[in-house]
Design a binder for this molecule. Sequence first.
Ligand code: HEM
Length: 521
Amino acid sequence: MKFRLFRVEISGPPWLPVVGSLPSLVISSKKGSGFLCETLSAMSEKYACPLLGIRVGKDRMVILCNTESAKEVLGREEFDGRPTGPFFETRTWGSRKGVMIVDGAFWQEQRRFVLRHLKDFGFGRRTMEELVQVEVAEMAKFLMSEISKGTKQGAQGEYCGETVRVTVESSQQQPLAAEREQKSEGKREAVLWLHDAFGVSVLNALWSMMAGVRYEPDDKELRRLQTLLTQLFATIDVTGCPFSHFPFLRYCAPGMSGYRQFVETHQNIWEFLFAELERHKNTFKSGYCRDFMDAYLEQMEIERKEGRLDSDYNDEQLVAICMDLFMAGSETTSKALGFAFLYLIVHPEVQRKARAEIEAVVGRDRLPALSDRSKMPYIEAIVLESLRLFVGRSFGLAHRSLRDTTLQGYHIPKDTMLVVCFSNILMNNEFWGDAKSFRPERFLDADGNVNLPDCMLPFGFGKRRCLGESLAKSNIFLFIAVLLQQFEFTLPEGDKVPPLCGREGLTPTPYPFRARITQRT
Ligand code: HEM
């Protein structure tokens, strides 16, 4: 159907009064895979148009379903805004703060400050590489100690607040368990939950630079916060959640509209970050910055001395930046790694090829380092393929048009949300062939060198491009290279292979799975 609410027609599902396109989206989603991004990709094909116009409640959105329109929007300054509204304001005490969901001159200055001062503590430099290397080595040590204890975590676990079992029917469990004991005799191995095993370790390198703190991989408080975040991310999508489209629901249905969970999760994270800020304030020495938090406190001091009492540099803005980085650092890389190891378990042949490359380039006498990366195209291809399959089932962060403008011949009014639908770009069969398969070779040319297609933009593009790209890539590369060098990962006998697509949310979450981790001899 075509409609005229953008003045020029943009194709899309019908817009009904009040609810907008919601009924069509729900019905189409139920018929399809259940992933909103796949539903919208299918609609874009149905309407034969790379731009889709949808409306949910009060929000008017353009969904960008091909590389050309995505690159155009991400590359043009008038689309560099971020959405406004209760959803984006509730997370930071009633007005937009931080670096991820702000725009204009405020965003430019704060983003510049974050990048400049994180660099002072190693971000994007050799120090960051060393921090990541420490974390990966610690993780390997942790797995080794679990192996020496012979840890076998039970088949029942927690996932997004629900209890799950990963073994096949219970009548088959006993013999399989007995068989496993016999087969594992003499082998150095452990059975551990792996889908959410990387959260603390990947956050550590970032947090060392932000707040000078690192945590043990099984730190209970940090894991609790990350679990709350994962649960929250599973209930919202890039457009928000029911209370963002229908703000009145905050008052009449706080539970059902997602408002209560949203506020409670944020309160937990605020508490954690304000406690860290308090510790910093109590030990802060002007002129001696230990980490990013200190650098920000130093800037607040300068602003105060210069009499700028309403300065943008204040406690809440500092905590909001930390929250943005905490969320971005927690909910992305660790999940991409969860998916990567699930795919590696399902594809032992990829593990074998990766190990052959590791043996040839690094051998066994030292751990792989980031300086080996250029000589390890196959591992690099595994990183890219894992990112493609992770990001390809989600959307980019929403942008907002800062003024009336046009896009590919269509009029786009000011304050329209524009969202990249990665599914049509990274999971498009026409371009990728077997888009749903895990096949790292697709990123290698005939000579075995890495070949990056134009549409491979999992970190976005332009001025709002992901701030953590190099950190994320370093983490994923090293975790894969080091852990495959040291261990073999297989599915415990009797465990089911979970659906590889993961569970939908703001970012997809791998379904729970355990791995049998065997020390290589
Ligand atoms: C697998 C890992 C990651 C992926 C796939 C990813 C992807 C993205 C994408 C697609 C965007 C939106 C770009 C846009 O709006 O056009 C983004 C923004 C952002 N990312 Fe990441 N990201 C990852 C990891 C990280 C990490 C580890 C950090 C922490 C340092 C981070 C910090 C940010 C921030 C702060 C923004 C907002 C930038 C801005 O609005 O100026 N990301 N990321």
